[in-house]
Design a protein. Structure first.
Length: 299
């Protein structure tokens, strides 16, 4: 609009009709009566463009005076104003917007929850107004079990970097741990025991079913395993737990149990990725009792 006002064709006439408070700032928004009222700056700019377009494109027709040409161009601009106002009104949000959504990790922390908690918040016009749902004590316990299992995985991987493990070294380290000669070996051995307990609690809390629970037997670590095998088992366990986490519904249980075939296919890919031998039969069914050669049922 400022460029329009530099055109001698209608500059003098325009300034005479509208006495802007600031000639070099804001263009048409500087006109007093235009700057006042209930329109936003964005809406004012759109209306200014509605006036400016025909003025910028106007030409003086044959036999037409300067003022006549300006009046015609302004008439075209005024004619487009009602339609512009109608479109601006349509663009405004209708009524109050309210909905429920899951809280972001940052929002959970600000509301005194853990970032991994399942929290849904009420939102009104883009502002959080309350909590729609939060985890129960049982759901928090289940989440804690999963976090404990994942924390044990990281601790075990770190432990293999400072403690010798393996068929011989592992047995020696275990004996030294019992005798109090090797505290790092003791810590690793305790963490392996913690992982076994926490992963079972996590799996049962998530209600994954006997087949998926049994699939973890192959990756339970022993201090007598070589260090690279322990680390590979833990990497597989971590990814299996993360995939279970992704399948959980709001109450902390899996929405759908995997079949034995699906579990075998998933494990084969993970075992191959981390270099572990895979020998689980796809027809394996953990619900069928297993017995040793002496006829005793294996739990």
């Amino acid at each position: 609009m400022d460029k329009v006002l530099t055109r001698k064709l209608f500059k003098d006439r325009y300034f005479k009709l509208h006495k802007p408070t600031q000639l070099n700032k804001g263009g048409i928004a500087g006109v007093q009566h235009f700057a006042e009222g209930g329109l936003s700056q964005k809406e004012k700019a759109i209306l200014a463009a509605t006036f400016a377009a025909p003025l910028l494109k106007s030409t003086r027709r044959q036999g037409e005076g300067i003022l006549t040409g300006v009046g015609r161009a302004l008439g075209e601009g005024l004619g487009a104003v009602p339609a512009t106002l109608i479109e601006l009104e349509k663009a405004k949000p209708e009524g109050v917007t309210e909905f429920v959504r899951q809280a972001t990790p940052e929002e959970k922390l600000s509301l005194n929850f853990d970032k991994d908690d399942n929290v849904n918040v009420k939102v009104k016009n883009g502002v959080i107004t309350g909590i729609a749902s939060k985890p129960t004590a049982g759901e928090r316990d289940k989440a804690a079990d999963r976090k404990d299992a994942l924390a044990s995985i990281d601790a075990i991987i770190e432990g293999t970097k400072t403690t010798k493990t393996g068929p011989i070294s592992g047995r020696i380290a275990k004996a030294q741990a019992y005798l109090g000669f090797n505290p790092k070996a003791a810590d690793l051995n305790i963490e392996i025991g913690n992982f076994r307990k926490s992963v079972i609690k996590a799996l049962r809390g998530a209600q994954v079913g006997p087949a998926e629970e049994a699939s973890f037997n192959e990756i339970l670590p022993f201090i007598s395993d070589p260090p690279d095998v322990i680390r590979a088992k833990m990497e597989v366990a971590k990814r299996k737990l993360q995939r279970i986490e992704a399948r959980l519904n709001p109450n902390g249980e899996v929405a759908e149990k995997l079949s034995a075939e699906e579990i075998a296919a998933q494990d084969r890919a993970l075992f191959e990725k981390f270099g572990i031998a895979f020998d689980l039969d796809e027809t394996f069914d953990a619900s069928v009792p297993t017995f040793d050669i002496e006829g005793n049922e294996v739990e």
